[in-house]
Ligand binder design. Structure first.
Ligand code: CDP
Ligand code: MG
Length: 648
């Protein structure tokens, strides 16, 4: 996995590496494994549980400090935490003592950069403080952008609880394909992509008094474009307040970009985190994760574990392996609660990670880098970091976009480690060597705008009347080649004319939150009278292969099931066929029947309701199928359609 570090002449600089390791790692070689724990807990027979050969040897080199607190009494027990009232929890957040100062700073400055550790209360508290300070008087809104859908939904839900209002009323969220807001909404969480689209209908964002660009350090392409647009409208809307909130990274850069805007630092409150490295590179990081989790579980004191993997497939595989292994160990080990978290996970499953760990058990959360800064999970003491992430890259010359697993940056690795020190002193286990960290990892991640296809964004900017893209005020401009290729493609699709101006077709295309090629396909279907089919295919293409589930132990069955849907004409037609049939075949478990007292689920005979957002909310059908069942105020079925048996 790791290439042997090579010197300039191509030879492996083993001596150099050994010298470096002796110099840097000598002080605190610490054996983390069976012997270590046996000494601490002589009464337990760990070697029976995990054979020593299976263990990974870690060496420790540094302790991450910074604004560090000393542990006092360790982890607050869940029972104690639950006893704390919601108000007490809010008042214990690091941002709370600075409420007055922060509101004052917002009053004094149009643009303010807010820097604070993950979990200090930036996302959930600041919009509430500004609301209390009167920034939503008369129904004008505070908007807060998030790079990730899951984060937008979960923080909105949390703030609704804190304000004791229904989600979707005063507090709501808006993400692609789902709008959970109403006329009453004054605190609106949304993905950065959604705010970008709002510029199309409201170019001066007149319905907002404050825009918080949150998680700014993530530097998604949408956030980067928002920077440019918001900087521009702030000039002719002196009443608009702009907050750029970020974890403790890059804030000086943001300040410089926004004409030396002041930086408001929320002092951190983090406990020290001991960092351990593997002695040698790990050949299979998935396997190494599983071993490390169990190793921590049997040798280390109480506290939950957070593992960073790169995507859904890996996470599912890791969960399966862990389940299998812990099942085999049975009562030899304490209960291990294994929970995945990634963007496409159904929301009721997502909520599980925030539930307190029962006494005696240990929670292990297997996450994508969504847990790096966007989500705060309390109770984490141990972090396992294999050092990888999935990264988009784009080759403008070939037009090839790829999503590949690459080593993460040092900045990411340090954010990940920081997750271990939020509630008490923690430990971070890096599944790579200290040498790899020092010499093979980039300092920071390249902003997305420099490694992605720009078609969508160029079309959007053009439809906002920004014609000169070469001189647009990007914080880090995209490569010239990529920009030119996007313009060429839009011209070929008929969205731009030969002068690079937006055509009528281009204007209509910009209204779809889709890749320009898909938008064009939909618009062209009008002429061929196949919009219905094309819309289905587009929808099926937009869910990132989530339709086919291929469990490891049922590969043959899964492949057969998929082949049964095949039709001549190719994959697009197959997707259409699946939609027309699969819905029923896949979701027969999720059928509800209309009875005199409303809908009842066929499987569990439970009373269920159609979500008010559904197009079928006001209709009645004998049988319906739902995509997911979510409990908010009632048992709601979301994404509902009529069943094939309906009307029979
Ligand atoms: O944005 P920042 O990382 O500074 O913090 P935040 O997301 O506002 O989180 C502040 C606190 O709210 C966390 O420490 C959690 O205790 C709590 N929180 C929660 O319980 N559930 C959520 N969905 C989000 C936050
Ligand atoms: Mg946040």
């Amino acid at each position: 996995r790791y290439v042997e570090p090579t010197g300039e002449d191509g030879a492996a600089p083993r001596d150099e590496q050994r010298r470096w390791e002796e110099e840097h790692m000598g002080a605190a070689k610490l054996r983390f494994g069976a012997k270590d724990s046996l000494q601490r807990n002589p009464q337990r027979e760990y070697d029976l549980v995990l054979p020593e050969d299976d263990m990974i040897e870690f060496v420790s080199s540094v302790t991450m400090r910074g604004n560090v607190m000393q542990s006092e009494g360790g982890v607050l027990s869940e029972a104690e935490r639950r006893k704390q009232s919601l108000a007490a929890v809010r008042e214990s957040l690091p941002v709370f003592p600075f409420k007055k100062e922060l509101v004052q700073a917002v009053a004094q400055h149009q643009v303010l950069i807010v820097e604070g550790e993950t979990g200090s209360g930036k996302t959930t508290q600041i919009p509430q403080y500004l609301r209390e300070a009167g920034y939503t008087k008369g129904g004008i809104k505070i908007g807060c952008t998030q790079p990730r859908r899951v984060a937008a939904m979960s923080v909105a839900a949390r703030v609704a609880v804190e304000m004791a209002v229904k989600l979707g009323s005063e507090v709501g969220y808006s993400i692609r394909f789902e709008d959970c807001t109403s006329e009453r909404t004054v605190i609106k969480y949304m993905t950065d992509g959604m705010l970008l689209r709002e510029f199309l209908s409201e170019p001066d964002l007149a319905s907002y008094s404050v825009i918080v660009i949150d998680e700014a350090h993530e530097r998604t392409i949408h956030t980067d474009v928002l920077f440019g647009l918001i900087k521009d409208i702030a000039r002719f809307r002196p009443d608009l307040k702009v907050l750029v909130a970020s974890a403790t990274l890059d804030t000086t850069k943001f300040s410089l970009y926004f004409d030396d805007a002041p930086i408001f630092r929320i002092p951190g409150r983090r406990f020290p985190v001991d960092i351990y490295y593997t002695k040698a590179p790990e050949a299979d990081y998935l396997d190494a994760c599983v071993v490390s989790v169990l190793q921590i579980h049997v040798t280390q004191p109480r506290g939950d574990i957070l593992v960073f993997l790169t995507g859904q497939e890996e996470i599912e595989a890791c969960c399966e392996m862990l389940q299998e292994k812990s099942r085999r160990l049975g009562s030899k080990i304490a209960e291990l609660i294994i929970l995945p978290i990634y963007a496409n996970l159904p929301s009721d499953m997502q909520a599980k990670i925030f539930e307190p760990t029962p006494p005696g058990a240990r929670k292990v959360i297997i996450a994508t880098n969504i847990a790096e800064t966007s989500l705060t999970i309390d109770g984490i003491i141990y972090v396992i970091d294999p050092g990888f992430c999935k990264q988009k890259s784009y080759n403008a010359r070939t037009g090839m976009e790829s999503l590949i697993v690459t080593p993460c940056s040092k900045a990411s690795a340090n954010q990940r480690a920081g997750r271990a020190g939020r509630v008490a002193a923690g430990k971070c286990f890096r599944l790579y060597t200290a040498w790899a960290y020092k010499h093979e990892m980039e300092e920071t991640t390249v902003p997305e705008i420099q490694r992605t296809n720009l078609g969508n964004v160029v079309l959007l900017l053009k439809s906002l009347g920004i014609n000169d893209l070469i001189h647009f005020d990007f914080m880090d401009p995209p490569p010239h080649e990529t920009l030119v290729l996007a313009l060429e493609q839009l011209y070929a699709l008929g969205a731009l004319n030969h002068l690079g101006e937006l055509t009528k077709m281009g204007r209509r295309m910009a209204e779809f939150p889709l890749d320009p090629m898909l938008s064009k396909m939909i618009l062209a279907s009008e002429r061929y009278k196949c919009s219905e089919e094309i819309l289905t295919i587009t929808a099926m293409l937009s869910v990132n292969n989530a339709i086919f589930y291929r469990p490891k132990d049922k590969v043959v069955h899964a492949d057969n099931a998929r082949i049964n849907f095949f039709l001549p004409g190719g994959d697009h037609i197959v997707l259409l066929n699946i939609y027309n049939q699969a819905v029923t075949a896949g979701f027969f478990y999720h059928t509800a029947k209309l009875t005199r007292s409303g809908y009842r689920s066929v499987k569990h005979q439970q009373t269920v309701h159609i979500h008010p957002n559904s197009s079928l909310f006001e209709e009645q059908h004998r049988y319906i199928i739902y995509h997911e069942l979510v409990f908010t105020t009632k048992e709601y079925m979301r994404q509902v359609c009529t069943h094939g048996r309906d009307g029979m």
